[in-house]
Design a protein around this ligand. Structure first.
Ligand code: 4AD
Ligand code: MG
Length: 472
């Protein structure tokens, strides 16, 4: 492999006095003399000093923001402020021009809305390139954690016939002519109705009951019409599944896993995270004082790495919410009155941000509001479910101990009116060597929201899919 010298290496290692070649995109070109060059390898640019008197006019006029160039020259200690080294340019090749009148990403502040409309170019900004570098490192950290802990990485199908969450929010997959009425799915490609997966959990359970500890890491699709800053129609989910684990083991693993991944990423992406923390601090300053967050991004990250998550049952959380000031004063959009309600985002955020002021694991939820596969408690009212709630975000993990008893699972499936034929193989798992097992799903983008301090989930995935938007 021919290795291109990256700006990251040039800035971090000792290249002073050496002649090098570097490739990148022009960020700015000041006074016909100073090029800020970036190649995506790190946050910082390399300053390239041009002797414009020696450079042909035809080249000089093409050193514009957004252009791609190749520069050759010598690295020297910088005399100017703001950088310790710079490159004294010997020669420049213009590899790809960029019309300065038309290139959308000008060296100024752009709104995130504007950048989303230019998602094919927004990686050229400091903020988005930082986010995508962090996303890459988080993904690596996740694989690394499971690999070190002897989990097998498994691949579950993207096209499936089952609705794992039983929520019916699925994208149909078909090759039938959709103009026809009364589609006959026995004539369809797979000979049955299929959809894009909402979760790989059911298949992961099958593999865990044979391999022991497994995890998935792949795209997940939900046709829920939630146009919020926390929902995507296509997101990435990590779903570990462990044989012989009860809910407690599951919660312990989830907590250790999240802390470990955040810590790894924080150490590896310090520059990017410090940059994003400063960015956020500036943004916060424009808000009224009482709406600013008390902690900076870095303080929040350090807090989460160093403190245990708080664990409460649904019933305890319910009591806290019912007796809370905002509930009594009618400040919640959804009042907390009767046991059994599903917590809304405003409730989750109250628990995490105002009451406990740390990540919270809520467990033992009412059976009625949770999926069919969760293990029923002896009270027959609650199930061994758990959600992990994070400051600024709400739910980032949903998981449970699974119902391993065939008779009880059958009862639940019937009570919910789920088609048993579709689940025959899942029920089989309870007939042949069933055993207690557990797992959870972590939304990758929600975790990245936390680590980057970004506000909108559309800004932590390169090309977001949301209602009425599948551009790029
Ligand atoms: O809570 P959920 O729906 O759980 C499951 O899918 C289980 N099968 C997981 C398991 O036990 N193996 O989703 C899990 C997580 C959520 O906590 C959230 O972080 C994320 O997936 N998530 C979404 N992220 C972005 N956009 C959406 N529309 C999401 N829906 C869920
Ligand atoms: Mg959930």
């Amino acid at each position: 492999m021919s290795k291109r010298l990256q700006i990251k290496s040039i800035l971090n290692d000792d290249y002073v006095g050496k002649n090098i070649i570097v490739y990148g995109w022009v960020k700015t070109f000041r006074s016909n003399r100073f090029i800020n060059l970036n190649d995506g390898s790190c946050l910082n640019d390399l300053q390239c000093v041009v002797d414009y008197e020696k450079l042909e006019e035809s080249k000089l006029s093409k050193i514009n923001t957004g252009a791609c160039i190749k520069v050759e020259g010598e690295i020297v200690k910088s005399k100017g402020r703001g950088q310790s080294i710079e490159l004294i340019t010997n020669s420049i090749d213009i590899l790809g021009e960029s019309n300065p009148e038309k290139f959308p990403i000008q060296p100024k502040k752009h709104s995130f809305e504007f950048l989303r409309e230019n998602a094919h170019l927004r990686v050229r900004t400091k903020t988005l390139s930082s986010v995508f570098r962090i996303r890459s490192e988080v993904s690596y950290a996740i694989h690394n954690f499971f690999n070190k802990n002897n989990f097998y990485y498994i691949h579950t199908p993207i096209i499936t016939g089952s609705d794992a969450e039983g929520a019916g929010e699925m994208f149909r997959v078909t090759t039938l002519d959709s103009n026809k009425k009364n589609l006959d799915f026995s004539e369809d490609f797979f000979g049955k109705e299929t959809n894009l997966t909402v979760s790989g959990q059911l298949e992961a359970e099958a593999l865990a009951l044979g391999l022991g500890n497994v995890y998935t890491f792949g795209p997940t699709f939900r046709a829920e019409n939630s146009n919020t800053s926390r929902h995507l129609a296509e997101f990435w989910m990590i779903e570990p599944e462990m044989a012989f684990y009860d809910l407690n083991d599951n919660m312990n693993l989830a907590e250790e896993f999240i802390q470990n991944v955040i810590k790894h990423t924080y150490e590896k992406c310090k520059d990017d995270i410090v940059f994003l923390s400063d960015r956020l601090e500036k943004e916060e300053m424009s808000k009224p004082k009482d709406q600013r967050s008390e902690l900076s991004l870095i303080e929040r990250i350090e807090f989460v790495i160093n403190n245990k998550f708080k664990r409460v049952t649904y019933s305890e959380a319910f009591q806290i919410l019912r007796n809370s000031k905002p509930n009594k004063k009618g400040k919640f959009k959804y009042p907390v009155k009767d046991w059994g309600i599903d917590f809304q985002s405003e409730h989750e955020r109250f628990l995490v941000e105002k009451y406990f002021k740390c990540p919270v694991i809520v467990y033992d939820y009412p059976a009625k509001i949770k999926a069919f596969y969760m293990r029923l408690n002896d009270d027959k009212k609650t199930v061994r479910a758990m959600d992990i709630l994070f400051p600024g975000i709400g739910e980032i993990v949903g998981g449970s101990q699974r119902e391993e008893r065939l008779d009880i699972l059958n009862e639940r499936v019937e009570a919910l009116g789920i088609e048993k034929e579709e689940l025959w193989w899942y029920l089989d798992l309870r007939k042949y060597g069933t055993v207690k097992h557990s797992g959870f799903g972590l939304g990758l983008e929600r975790l990245i929201l936390f680590i980057t301090g970004m506000n909108n989930i559309r800004d932590v995935i390169p090309f977001p899919r949301t209602p009425k938007n599948a551009e790029f």
